[in-house]
Design a binder for this molecule. Structure first.
Ligand SMILES: CC(C)(COP(=O)(O)OP(=O)(O)OC[C@H]1O[C@@H](n2cnc3c(N)ncnc32)[C@H](O)[C@@H]1OP(=O)(O)O)[C@@H](O)C(=O)NCCC(=O)NCCS
Length: 193
């Protein structure tokens, strides 16, 4: 069974790059081309190509479920200090949520579409031409190869790798790696094609 490797993703090596080597100038304000002249302010940790479309109500929370219990039994928030890099021609639709990475980067590759209400966890690495449909949930440190389709409401467990060209069915719960080019669906998701 072939498994996706880091070599297939366009951002190999980014973990070694310093903040100064980020390619894109931070785009602080974007204009919504379809709505009224609304300026959308991006937080400083979002590095965004000027061609990217970010809809209204897209959220970039400064931390996700990075919460640990201390010896005193109290919950503490782990600081999230990474950066989000959004490549050319990405479209992010209303109410999508993209969590700030704990460290290093979250990357969204060129021509990818993130649907209404989709959730992108911390340190997720998404390739190019990926279609993430409405309300899909990508937990932390998920890797998605290029040309993947993820169906509405699908949930991808943390650290899982979705291989290049794979299709994930509507409502799937994916708890292990999906090889290149396969179609998986169900809960827990299994190969259907
Ligand atoms: C996974 C998917 C791509 C497969 O489509 P398909 O190739 O036409 O497959 P079929 O409909 O012929 O189904 C093949 C088998 O998989 C099952 N199956 C298909 N999708 C499934 C799903 N999401 N969950 C569980 N089982 C599924 C079918 O019941 C069928 O089982 P059977 O062979 O025992 O009868 C499609 O069902 C799907 O989920 N697409 C995502 C749609 C979506 O998110 N749209 C968003 C619009 S906003």
């Amino acid at each position: 069974m072939s498994q996706t490797t880091t070599n297939e993703f366009p951002f190999k090596g980014m973990r070694n790059r310093s903040r100064d080597s980020m390619e894109f100038h931070t785009q602080r304000l974007l204009e919504d081309p379809f709505g009224p002249k609304v300026l959308i302010q991006l937080p400083e940790w979002v590095n965004c190509d000027p061609s990217v479309h970010v809809d209204k109500f897209v959220r970039f929370p400064s931390h996700g479920m990075g919460i640990v219990k201390g010896k005193d039994g109290r919950h503490n928030i782990v600081p999230h200090t990474g950066e989000i890099k959004i490549e050319e021609n990405v479209i992010i639709l209303e109410h999508a949520t993209i969590i700030r990475p704990v460290n290093y980067f979250t990357v969204i590759g060129e021509n990818t579409v993130i649907g209404v209400g989709a959730h992108i966890g911390h340190n997720v690495n998404i390739g190019s031409n990926v279609f993430i449909t409405s309300k899909a949930i990508l937990c932390g440190s998920v890797t998605v190869g290029s040309d993947v389709d993820i169906g509405a409401g699908a949930i991808i467990k943390n650290k899982v790798r979705i291989g290049k060209g794979a299709v994930i069915g509507i409502g799937a719960v994916v708890i292990c790696d999906v090889p290149d080019g396969e179609t998986w669906a169900g809960n827990p998701a299994k190969k259907i094609q």
